[in-house]
Design a protein around this ligand. Structure first.
Ligand code: ATP
Length: 454
C-alpha cells in the first residue's frame, strides 16, 4: 500500500504539532482519550483558514450554493430513514490473544498487539474472531428519562441535516436545481481503529456540500465536482504528485452511492482518502420522503415534479490539515544550521507575518515595530516577537509556516524602511515601512506553489 510513502513520518508531524502548539492529545492530564485531539492556538488559526477557504469556494464565490447549520442531535428517525441505524457499520474482529480490536477490512493498516512490526493475523499466536458488524454511531439520551424511547445519536455526518431541510431551503432560497447546500460542523464516529493522528478521529469537523441536480445531469456534475475539488487543493499548494483521484469499485461503495471517487493524498501511511465525492442519486430524498411523509421533491414552474439527484463532496478539516502539514514539512541546512520549515500556502498559514525589532531594547526599533504590528493586526493575523536572538525568532516562525517576517533594524531609524524576509527562498529585500500593509495585502493575493513541486 505505502509503495512510495511520504518521506515525512507521522511521528515527526505529531511532535511538531505538539511542540508548536498546533494539536494536543485530548484530556492529556488524564491519560488522553483515543482518537480525540485538542487544537491549540496555531491549530485553531489554521483550521479557521481552511474552513473559510472552503466556505469561500463553496458559497461566497458562487451564486448557486447556500449555507446551513443544522443541529448535531436530530430526531433519531432521521438515522433510521438514512440507513445509518441498520447499516452504518464497520466489520470488527477481536484478537483473543492480545485482546485488541481491529477493522477487518483494514488489517494491513493495523499493528499486531504483541509484534507491532506484523499485521494482525500474521503471527502464529494471533487468534482472530470472525468479523461482526459494529455500528459507529455514538448513542446518547435526550431528556431526563434514559429509556429506549429517549435514545438519540450524535450525527456521524452533516449531510442528513441538509437533506431533512431540503424543502425549507428550496422554498426560500429561490434557486432551482442545480443548486447546493453547504454545511460545516462536528461529526462523531466511534471508529474501531484508533491511531494515525488527525486522519481518523472519533470527533471531527466535516465540511459537506449537497448539490441537487436534475437526474440526467448527475454524471456530468459528478465529474465537475471531482475536478473542482482537485483544483482547490492544487491552488492551495498541495503537490500534484501527492494527490490522485481513485474511483471506487462497485463493491466498496456505500449503501447510498451510485458512484464515488476519492481524492486520495499520499499520507505517511500511504495513499488514503482525503475527500470523497459521491453521486448519492435520489436515495436520501426518497428515503426521507417515505419515512417522514413530507415530499422532498422539486416542482418546476411548468408543474414537472422530480426528485433531484445529489452530488456530494465530503471532507473533514482535520484530514485536510494533516495533508497540508505533511505536504509542507521540510528540513534543510542553511549555512551550518538546520531549520525546520512548514512551506504552507500563505493563505493557509496560521500567521501571515511576523514583526521583529532587531534590537528590542532599542526604543526606536521597539516603538516602530510595535506600531507596525498594531497597524497590521487590524487586517491580518500577525505576530510581534521581541524575545531572543533574531535567528531563533526566524526559526520559530519558519516552524509554524509564517511566510514573511518584517524586521525593524538600524537602517529603519535612518530611512524608515524595513527588511522583509521570505520563508521559502530566504531572500531579503527592503521596503518603506509605510508600504508594508499594501505589500502584504498584495503578497497574499499572489499564487503560490511549493518550491518542491515537480
Ligand atoms: P473511511 O473509509 O476512511 O472510514 P468514509 O469513506 O467512511 O471514510 P465518508 O463517510 O466518505 O468517509 O466521510 C467523508 C469524509 O469525512 C472523508 O473523506 C474524510 O475526509 C472525513 N472523515 C470521515 N471519517 C473521519 C474520521 N474518523 N476522522 C477524520 N475525518 C473523517
Amino acid at each position: 500500500m505505502a509503495e512510495t510513502a511520504q518521506p515525512v513520518t507521522m511521528d515527526t508531524i505529531v511532535s511538531l504539532c505538539r511542540r508548536r502548539g498546533f494539536v494536543f492529545p485530548s484530556s492529556e492530564i488524564y491519560g488522553g482519550l483515543g482518537s480525540t485531539y485538542d487544537y491549540g492556538h496555531y491549530g485553531v488559526l489554521t483550521k479557521n483558514n481552511i474552513r473559510s477557504l472552503w466556505f469561500r469556494a463553496m458559497v461566497q464565490e458562487r451564486d448557486d450554493i447556500v449555507a446551513l447549520d443544522s443541529a448535531i442531535i436530530l430526531n433519531p428517525r432521521v438515522w433510521e430513514a438514512s440507513g445509518h441505524v441498520a447499516g452504518f457499520t464497520d466489520p470488527l474482529v477481536d484478537c483473543r490473544t492480545c485482546k485488541l480490536r481491529f477493522r477487518a477490512d483494514q488489517l494491513d493498516l493495523a499493528s499486531c498487539g504483541r509484534k507491532p512490526s506484523k499485521h494482525p493475523g500474521e503471527t502464529p499466536d494471533c487468534d482472530l474472531t470472525e468479523p461482526r458488524q459494529f455500528n459507529l454511531m455514538f448513542e446518547t439520551h435526550v431528556g431526563a428519562l434514559q429509556d429506549e424511547s429517549s435514545t438519540a445519536y450524535l450525527r456521524p455526518e452533516t449531510a442528513q441535516g441538509i437533506f431533512v431541510n431540503f424543502k425549507n431551503v428550496a422554498q426560500l432560497a429561490r434557486r432551482k436545481p442545480p443548486f447546493g447546500i453547504a454545511q460545516v460542523g462536528k461529526s462523531f464516529r466511534n471508529e474501531i481503529t484508533p491511531g494515525n493522528f488527525l486522519f481518523r478521529l472519533r470527533e471531527f469537523e466535516q465540511m459537506e456540500m449537497e448539490y441537487f441536480v436534475p437526474p440526467p445531469e448527475a454524471d456530468e456534475w459528478h465529474r465537475y465536482w471531482i475536478e473542482a475539488r482537485r483544483r482547490w487543493y492544487l491552488d492551495l499548494g498541495l503537490r500534484d504528485e501527492n494527490l490522485r483521484v481513485r474511483e471506487h469499485d462497485a463493491d466498496e461503495r456505500s449503501h447510498y452511492s451510485l458512484a464515488t471517487s476519492d481524492l486520495e493524498y499520499l499520507y505517511p501511511i500511504g495513499w488514503q482518502e482525503l475527500e470523497g465525492v459521491a453521486n448519492r442519486g435520489e436515495y436520501d430524498l426518497t428515503q426521507h420522503t417515505r419515512e417522514s411523509g413530507t415530499k422532498l421533491e422539486w416542482i418546476d414552474p411548468d408543474g414537472t415534479r422530480y426528485t433531484p439527484y445529489v452530488i456530494e463532496p465530503a471532507v473533514s478539516i482535520d484530514r485536510i490539515m494533516l495533508a497540508f502539514l505533511c505536504d509542507a514539512y521540510d528540513e534543510e541546512v542553511v549555512g551550518d544550521r538546520e531549520r525546520v520549515v512548514l512551506r504552507l500556502h500563505p493563505r493557509v498559514a496560521p500567521v501571515k507575518a511576523a514583526i521583529l525589532p532587531l534590537v528590542p531594547r532599542d526604543d526606536g526599533m521597539a516603538g516602530r515595530a510595535r506600531a507596525l504590528y498594531e497597524e497590521l493586526r487590524r487586517y491580518h493575523q500577525v505576530e510581534h516577537d521581541d524575545s531572543g536572538q533574531i535567528g531563533r525568532r526566524y526559526r520559530r516562525q519558519d516552524e509554524i509556516g509564517t511566510p514573511w517576517a518584517f524586521t525593524v533594524d538600524d537602517q529603519t531609524l535612518e530611512d524608515e524602511t524595513v527588511t522583509v524576509r521570505d520563508r521559502d527562498s530566504l531572500a531579503q529585500e527592503r521596503l518603506p515601512i509605510g508600504g508594508v500593509r499594501e505589500w502584504l495585502d498584495d503578497a497574499l493575493q499572489q499564487d503560490w506553489s511549493s518550491p518542491h513541486s515537480h
